[in-house]
Write a protein of this length. Structure first.
Length: 317
């Protein structure tokens, strides 16, 4: 059984002490975006898009499906149990104007997933307490920067032909192709998770499996790809991440996070672009008029893989 551990805080004042792939990506893409989004928590009133809601709903349904299959429930019955959970999480899709992401396309995606993967070669791994290795969280010390940690939540630990892999699920409207999977090399999440399990915990993880669902009005297409990292690439990721964490300490010491103007129009435009277009002296007032501040989410959540790790490692050795 995995031992209980304390719940750590993400921030010590304005200093982030527990980092994850999302916050690292925001800092590296634009320090100003990181300031507004992660440190100050400015959000628009409607922050959950149909794409995000659909992804969360499909993820919730597949989690139920995987757990039921792990427990020996027949595939069709597992699907029947998964659909209500997906619809509950995706209840706002009823009002979606995105025809690719509706309750109907959500149910269709689950049905087609069951048809394609009912005899899946991939098997969910078992944790030491006998439960499925699904939604497994880790939090580990980050070497080289005192008092900092890296955390993450693994969708699933699984076996493929006897080898242990980390699986992560994605949804997209883009065509499932080699071009789509190329975005994961390099990729912060893949490197962070692989480093944590391979290098920190010493677990025999062979790599990463990206499972993606492409959603369209008339179909859902699924694809998978194996992603690997060499030890040299992971060492470089470690050094780069150390640089960025220390760089953020510099931003904090000067109370200034510079803007990266090269990405302001990516993905339809940054949600803070109109803020940055204002003069610095009026930006705070503009933020207060157009958004709401949630503040920092100051709990990194309960850890599932943490010290002592020997019991977890032994299960997979």
């Amino acid at each position: 059984m995995i031992d209980a551990v304390d719940i750590y805080e993400k921030f010590d004042g304005k200093k982030q002490v527990c980092w994850d792939a999302s916050s690292l990506a925001n800092l590296q893409s634009c320090p100003r975006y990181y300031q507004y989004n992660n440190l100050e928590g400015w959000r628009k009133e409607v922050d959950a898009t149909p794409a995000l809601t659909f992804g969360s709903a499909l993820h919730a349904g597949l989690e139920v499906y995987d757990i039921e299959r792990f427990n020996g429930t027949p595939s069709k019955e597992s699907l029947r149990l998964a659909i209500p959970e997906a619809l509950k999480v995706g209840k706002t899709l009823e009002f979606s104007t995105d025809k690719r992401r509706t309750p109907e396309t959500l149910v269709r995606s689950l049905v087609w997933y069951e048809e394609q993967f009912r005899d899946d070669r991939i098997e969910t791994a078992t944790l030491p307490d006998g439960s499925p290795a699904i939604e497994v969280r880790f939090e580990v010390d980050f070497p080289g920067v005192k008092g900092r940690r890296i955390s993450g939540r693994i969708d699933k630990l699984c076996y493929l032909d006897g080898d242990l892999y980390i699986m992560d699920r994605k949804t997209t409207h883009a065509t499932v192709s080699n071009y789509f999977f190329d975005r994961f090399s390099p990729n912060i999440q893949v490197s962070a998770y692989t480093w944590a399990l391979q290098e920190y915990f010493g677990m025999p993880v062979s790599g990463f499996i990206i499972e993606v669902a492409q959603t369209a009005v008339g179909f859902t297409r699924f694809g998978r790809s194996l992603i690997t990292r060499t030890s040299e690439v992971l060492d470089e990721w470690l050094n780069d991440t150390k640089f960025w964490i220390e760089q953020n300490d510099h931003f904090l010491a000067n109370d200034y996070w510079p803007q990266d103007q090269t990405g302001c129009m990516n993905y339809g435009g940054c949600k803070y672009r109109e803020v940055c277009n204002r003069a610095p002296r009026v930006r705070e007032a503009f933020l207060e008029d157009t958004m709401r501040a949630r503040g920092t989410a100051n709990s990194s959540g309960p850890a599932a893989i943490t010290h002592p790790i020997e019991k977890v490692k032994a299960k997979f050795e």
